[in-house]
Design a protein around this ligand. Sequence first.
Ligand code: FE2
Length: 383
Amino acid sequence: MSESLTDDYLLYSPHPAASTLAQWLEESNQITRQILSNISAADHLVPQLNILNPPLWEFGHLTWFHEFWVHRDGKVNKPSFMKDADYLFNSSEMAHQDRWHTPMPSLDELLAYNQSVVERTQLLLRGSIDNKTAYFIQLAIFHQDMHNEAFAYMWQTLGRPIPFAPLSNSMGLEDNTQTWIHFPKSTIQAGSAPGSGFIFDNEKWAHSIDLPAFDIASKPVTNADYFEFLKSQANRTSAKPVAPPSYWKKDGEIWLERFFDQWLPLNPTSAVRHVNYLDAQRFCEHNQVRLPSEHELSLLMSQKEMIWQPSNLWEWTSSTFAPFPGFTADPYFDYSKPWFDGGYQVLKGWSLFTPDRLRRSAFRNFYQRNRSDHFCGFRTCLL
Ligand SMILES: [Fe+2]
């Protein structure tokens, strides 16, 4: 993984000013440190599940990733500041289940490792940096942002207190009117072109798509919509009953929804969240609508927010995660390529825990179809 197959990343410009990167790094690392300072020793013990990571491992891993790409040129023969870091913290080498059973450095040792790596990068950012350095520093920051967000999912899964403040103000939907937005037949550009600034390899490259006319919902499916669907299913004898979203429960006559460690009354006008792709599809079949493709949702999300309402959730699409024409893996080889196996679905948008710098309509998130632990929802298109 240390050898780059292409130098495409040198085409990912222009880059933000060094002072902006310094600020982003500070923000992302502050959040990570805030997460760690808010959790007790007991909190470091998390159940061994495929969707979780031990917090100490995750902290060591994101620091290692940063050091490896920014200060070691992605080469193992350049030694790490921390002993055994390559063995312990390379996610491509350390099997997931072993992360629970391998002795880890202490939190204090990992904090010192993190400080040394971040200080070395902040020093670089005080001078002028070339495209290559700017690319790898952004890769390290965005990777850390994604792990911060994954930490929020983990704490939501485990019902623990909110680990850091949401990065969006709004949880609910501002306007409760549902309209269908019509897009006429058009030819659009999918993917990203050289010169678009930082991109991930799965956005390569820009290409034209003929998109037939479609009508897409101005707002996402709400709790009230989903509740009606569940009621309709309860009266049916189906081999596969639809379960309520993971964090709903009935208390007497009232439905509650869990947000981290708080059980709150279910808000009928909020976007429904924690619904997996398979249940979103069943909702669509029942209501005789469909999920949008990734290109349709990209087109919607590239419009001014006046005409559509964001959900602050990753929104499922009907598109299976697959390479665009001209794809080649970037130096962080495992970011996309191993997941082009047909088992993942593209999601667009952002969650409450995604920083602005990752909120791009060309960004392609992807998850397995049965996952609902991340902050996900969906909107629909007319058939
Ligand atoms: Fe990672």
